[in-house]
Design a protein around this ligand. Sequence first.
Ligand code: GLU
Length: 618
Amino acid sequence: MDKRAFQFSPVQRYLDRIHEELLDRNDGAVADYIPELTRADPSWLGIAMVTVDGHVYQVGDSRQSFTIQSISKAITYGLALEDRGLDQVLSKVGVEPSGEAFNSISLEPGTGRPMNPMINAGAIATTGLIEGKPDTMPMQRILETFGRYTGRPMEIDETVYRSESDTGHRNRAIAHLLYGHGILDRAPEEVVDLYFRQCSILVTARDLAMMGACLANNGVNPVTGVVALQSRYVEKVLSVMSTCGMYDFSGGWIYNVGMPAKSGVGGGIMAVLPGQFGLGVFSPRLDAKGNSVRGIEACKRLSKDFSLHLFHVARSTSATVMRQVYDCSKRTSRRRRSAAELAVLAAQGHRIRVYELQGELLFGSAESVGVEILSELSVSDYLVIDLKRVIGTDRASILVLSELASRIATEGKHLFFTDCKNLYRFRKHLLGESVGPQGPGQEPGPLHFEDADHAVEWCENQLIAEAETTGSENAIGASVQDLGAQYLCSGMTRAELEELRASGEERTFPAGSRIFRAGDAAESMFFIFGGEVEVWIDSGSGHHLRLSTLGPGMVFGEVAFMNQKRRTANVSAATETQCLELRFESIREALRIKMLMNMASHFASKIERDTLLIQQLG
Ligand code: GLU
């Protein structure tokens, strides 16, 4: 994307502004209990934001590196969950906020289990759970994991590591205590060393934003597409960040800012707005609780100015996802129908209802859609739920929709979900349920039709077939040999019809064969006697887009009769098709005029119908 799009984006300008305003805040002090940290320049301030689309915004010292410190705890916790699973990790480290300082020795009386993985005791226990793999030392695995989040190779600041290792007696003591309680099953010295190294990984504010964006994006790095954390653990990591991520300011933080976050004594804060973005702020001056003063302020302002609090209530109802609902009494499928068939649909089409959904289906919106559909069930026998514009379904909405499908099936009605190739989990669930597609010879299942148009066509055919058995004379698929039934020939005498027939050539096209291609020279038209053809175009992206399906008694290729240019669409035989091909040049002047008049009146009524349709769409 054009770089200027970001440079001039309102988000970039907003970040530039808060960066400038925060430069005036000079309270707080650089951490000094790890001597090497005092070398940080107190005036550094970097802010970065990465959206789940992978857009990166950054300002100030966003590329200045510093040690990650406690922020590493969230990432290592995710890795431990992947290595050991939820139960084993929970048996070693709890998830209760301690309300105490980061280096407190909050161990559960009796078991010695640290309160949570965000305080040092819990983090050291967590690091102790990281497994080495054949040929890979635990530290290398930790670095590789961090690299998946940031999208670049990571390294350790050896000087900071040594400085902490030389002075980190309290952390050593904690590791020994954990070992004494059986929480660590590896040598405490080895584990605490790993922990010191993990805290000394060098990152930038941009890296923190990218890491946050991976968590916001359900574990997937939005820029590289690499899985940083298995999605099932993302909410666990975000939970402990929400309740325990900001030391003994965690309650105040979630109350005021409302985003899961983790800070470190190096001056970094990583915040996450799930589904939206990751934020990284770096400024080394800390408040009394060990959080970056300007970092907190930046997040507070952002949250307040854009109403980003996680608990800010966003409504999710059918109104947000229901694009439009229509029945087929006025708007039919693209299959061209005879006048008699159109009459059946005008009378009965209200029994087919099409629901076009859009956006993201969540519990609230799916539930609301379900209620709306069920409330109209008494008047509809065929339901088509078009998911073409749905970008995602969560577990709740999948369950609600599949429940709806089985409910409708038990009522003896038909429900089809269309255009859901990309909704992988939705399809998988439905295929696993009894509501999935049925075997040959049975009625089509809910996922049978690729698009709404074909599903609606099937439903229309049912209504038309039903009307036939109850007395209408126009059978679908029956052969129509009489040219007099063709609208182009209306008003012709018997002799004229015979003359036309004699000047044409009878042709049979096997199923699947191409009758003509878009771009071919157009010299004839085809009256269909039997079978079925499909008129289609390539939508540009290689997608086969049906314009219409025509059957016996209908004509195609006739448009070129007026302008005699080239074919504008492709026509293929959908089933074996018998036609009369009539070359334009073989039609006598008097008949030509009759046919052109018929065509003009046909197009006039088509324009009328299309106007009505546009009115409905509008
Ligand atoms: N390595 C630091 C320690 O354990 C991390 C502290 C922090 O960032 O909260 O003391």
